[in-house]
Design a protein around this ligand. Structure first.
Ligand code: AMP
Length: 240
């Protein structure tokens, strides 16, 4: 019997999913200070496992660029390296994780960032019966974070990250991936980076203990080469 194009697409997507993670759903949280490489790794894992990367930072930056009500309210906190209110963030996640592309799982990049967010999220996923499989924490020193962020540029279009020294684009100021324009985030200026790190230590780092207690935490050395970290992460995810 001949296979039509629609059936072939379904079959291909099924094979891709099984190749990626044995056909199981995969829901994971990325923890780590700003500049630990969460975004870079989340983007690669998203492609590898065919599940969306949900970056609350990207969602907020888009809202700021589009001058939506939420964006206008969030802009000042973001520019100053401070956190946006828990209510706004929880609302974003609540809407996002029920979209159809999240049916096979998702990667949370930059959420939760406070204990209040984590507790609300636990309630939310408990009610929806969509448990988290693993929490990955990327471990890097404060000085490395400052070096990484101060030299970081980001593509305006596809959000790929570069670094002037460690991971430069082929052509200065131009994304090697999509040809988009690269820019330096205002919150990657050194004084703002140091403020973001202070807030991370005080408010977000306690989440490591929170998820450790739940038996969900896996800590990965974030100082290695991007490719080595990626291989290690894939190994951990395929093993769960
Ligand atoms: P990021 O791109 O993850 O570094 O986020 C950029 C900025 O967006 C942060 O410095 C915060 O101002 C805001 N933001 C992103 N995610 C959250 C969150 N989960 N809770 C509060 N603020 C957030």
């Amino acid at each position: 019997m001949p296979i039509n194009k629609a059936s072939l697409l379904v079959l291909e997507s099924f094979v891709r999913q099984r190749e990626g993670k044995g056909g199981r759903k995969l829901r994971l949280i990325f923890l780590g200070p700003p500049g630990s490489g969460k975004g870079t790794q989340a983007s690669r894992l998203s492609q590898r496992f065919g599940i969306p990367q949900i970056s609350t930072g990207d969602i907020l930056r888009e809202a700021v660029a589009n001058k939506t009500e939420m964006g206008i309210k969030a802009k000042e906190s973001m520019d100053n390296g401070e956190l946006v209110s828990d209510d706004v963030i929880i609302g974003i996640i609540c809407d996002r994780i029920v979209q159809t592309d999240c049916e096979n799982g998702f990667i949370l990049d930059g959420f939760p960032r406070t204990i209040v967010q984590a507790e609300s999220f636990d309630k939310m996923i408990g009610e929806k019966n969509i448990p988290i499989d693993i929490v990955l924490s990327l471990d890097v020193s404060e000085e490395m974070v400052v070096r990484r962020l101060c030299g970081r540029t980001v593509c305006k279009e596809c959000k790929t990250n570069y670094h002037l020294e460690f991971n430069p684009p082929k052509k200065k100021g131009v994304c090697s991936n999509c040809g988009g324009k690269l820019y330096h985030r205002p919150d990657d200026e050194e004084d703002v980076v140091r403020r973001r790190l202070k807030i991370y230590k005080e408010t977000t780092e306690p989440l490591i203990g929170y998820y450790q207690q739940k038996g969900l935490l896996s800590v990965i050395d974030g100082t290695n080469e991007i490719e080595n970290i990626f291989k290690q992460l894939v190994g951990v995810l395929e093993g769960i």
